[in-house]
Design a protein around this ligand. Structure first.
Ligand code: HEM
Length: 439
């Protein structure tokens, strides 16, 4: 039975995201920069990923150029609708010295600029290997591609003389109850996140970036993420279904809405190095879901653990996804258990407003483990201006949540997303090196 309240089950004209609105959202987010589109691009032209009727939303629009330049890096609040595919890759930096590290950021920037425009690299002498993989063919074209770069606390150790430049709250991911962390899937000096409309474009971009930085960046861990290309129902809204089958992103900070700026971007008034202004802290958690066990749990238990209705995403005391839970009238947790995920994560008290974070996660599915169990989960990513008030406080509240019977954090790390590059000749991380003597 179609559910009239669920836009995914709605009629074809149920407020679909039109191509015009998608373009407008992306252009607004690009702060006046040029947004180019390719008529009938990859997804629309092949129809392979194009679902019928109202479901043909993100997938049906042509791939775009998301401008690289901006006060903030792309891949967080622009495009306004997150692309359905992503790769997160963390690296150990093995650059010789600070100059070599600086050159690495310059090289990454040059390559990212070319990638987002879909420009093929300039031809080189045929005696050398081709300048790029060629896996997208000779005319690469835009893929709504973004590449976001962030640095880990370890980059600020003794190696490059950058200790004084460390964002004040940046540290290695601490241990939380329930964590079973694999060091081989955790931390890193540098993190890149590639997002695009199709997985090939992500793979292509990562290979091109790594090809140019082989002597400086050693891959430490990576994770591939996805969500349904048709799952997003409105600009600025981030709701998708995660692999527990629940709507995820409902109570997120609305992109571009009130409070987003205040909660996400570092300001000159913060106790941070000057270069960090307009950057943001990023918490990444690779969280395995025990999906076989979950799929055998009664629906009522699942909903009590999350605090929302599975089908509609409504809070347990509401009817529609956008209804706000009212915990004040349910002090004993009769309707929404006191230890439900959403109630712990955001108790909606006057004080908890300061702890809002922007979540922009992806699902992952990486085969199966030695016991024949599916290895699936959430590539959790959360952005915030204040790591202590944001992720660390929220994660602290989730300690020992009953949902941990079905999930297990296994990796990830804490990072600081570099501010965006505004000048056409600027490069990522430039502020880190400003005024620093040559080693
Ligand atoms: C596999 C792990 C997780 C699953 C399956 C999960 C699932 C969900 C779901 C279904 C919702 C309700 C829909 C929504 O408002 O987005 C939600 C909300 C939320 N989650 Fe998670 N989550 C996970 C991990 C985390 C982690 C690690 C954090 C932060 C440390 C977190 C923080 C939040 C917050 C802040 C909300 C919004 C609560 C509100 O404002 O009402 N979640 N999560």
């Amino acid at each position: 039975m179609p559910d009239p309240r669920d836009p995914r089950d709605g009629p074809a004209d149920a407020s679909p995201l039109t191509r015009r609105r998608f373009l407008a959202g992306t252009a607004t987010a690009g702060a006046g920069a040029v947004v180019a589109s390719l008529g009938g691009g990859i997804l629309g032209a092949t129809g392979l990923l194009e679902p019928p009727g109202a479901r043909a939303q993100v997938a049906a629009v042509a791939p775009l150029v998301v401008p690289f330049e901006g006060i903030h890096q792309a891949g967080i609040d622009r495009p306004a609708i997150a692309q359905p595919n992503s790769i997160v890759a963390a690296f150990d930096v093995v650059a010789r010295d600070r100059d070599d590290l600086r050159a690495t950021f310059v090289e990454l920037t040059t390559r990212i600029r070319a990638l987002v425009k879909g420009e093929p690299p300039p031809p080189i002498d045929a005696a050398f290997p081709p300048p790029e993989s060629g896996i997208l063919g000779p005319s690469i074209g835009p893929s709504t591609l973004t590449v976001m770069a962030a640095v880990g606390a370890s980059l600020f150790d003794a190696r490059y003389g950058l200790a004084g430049q460390r964002p004040r709250q940046l540290m290695a991911m601490p241990h939380f109850p329930g964590d079973v962390i694999d060091p081989a899937r955790s931390h890193g000096d540098l993190l890149l996140q590639v997002c695009a409309v199709d997985e090939m474009a992500c793979v292509h971009a990562l290979r091109y970036l790594m090809l140019g930085t082989r002597a400086q960046l050693a891959l430490r861990w990576m994770e591939t993420g996805f969500h349904r290309p048709d799952a997003i129902v409105a600009e600025g809204k981030t709701t998708v279904r995660n692999l527990l089958g629940f709507k995820d992103g409902t109570a997120n900070l609305p992109v571009g809405g009130d409070g987003f700026r205040d909660r996400v971007w570092v300001t000159p008034d913060d106790d941070e190095p000057a270069w960090a202004v307009e950057g943001t802290y990023l918490a990444v958690r690779l969280i395995r879901m025990f999906v076989e066990r979950w799929d055998r749990a009664p629906l009522a238990e699942q909903e009590a653990l999350i605090g929302r209705t599975k089908r509609t995403g409504a809070p347990l005391d509401g009817h529609r996804e956008e209804d706000l839970p009212d915990y004040a009238t349910d002090p004993d947790g009769t309707t929404t258990p006191l230890d439900a995920h959403i109630r712990l994560a955001n108790p909606r008290t006057a004080g908890s407003d300061a702890n809002l974070i922007f979540r922009r996660g992806y699902s992952f599915s990486r085969g199966f483990d030695g016991a024949g169990l599916l290895d699936q989960g959430l590539l959790f990513m959360a952005f915030q201006r204040d790591l202590g008030a944001g992720f660390l406080t929220v994660q602290g509240r989730l300690a020992n949540e009953p949902l941990l019977e079905y999930i297990q954090p296994q990796g990830g790390g804490l990072f600081f997303v570099l501010p965006g590059v505004v000048r056409p000749d600027g490069f990522l991380g430039e502020g880190l090196f400003a005024g620093m003597p040559h080693p």
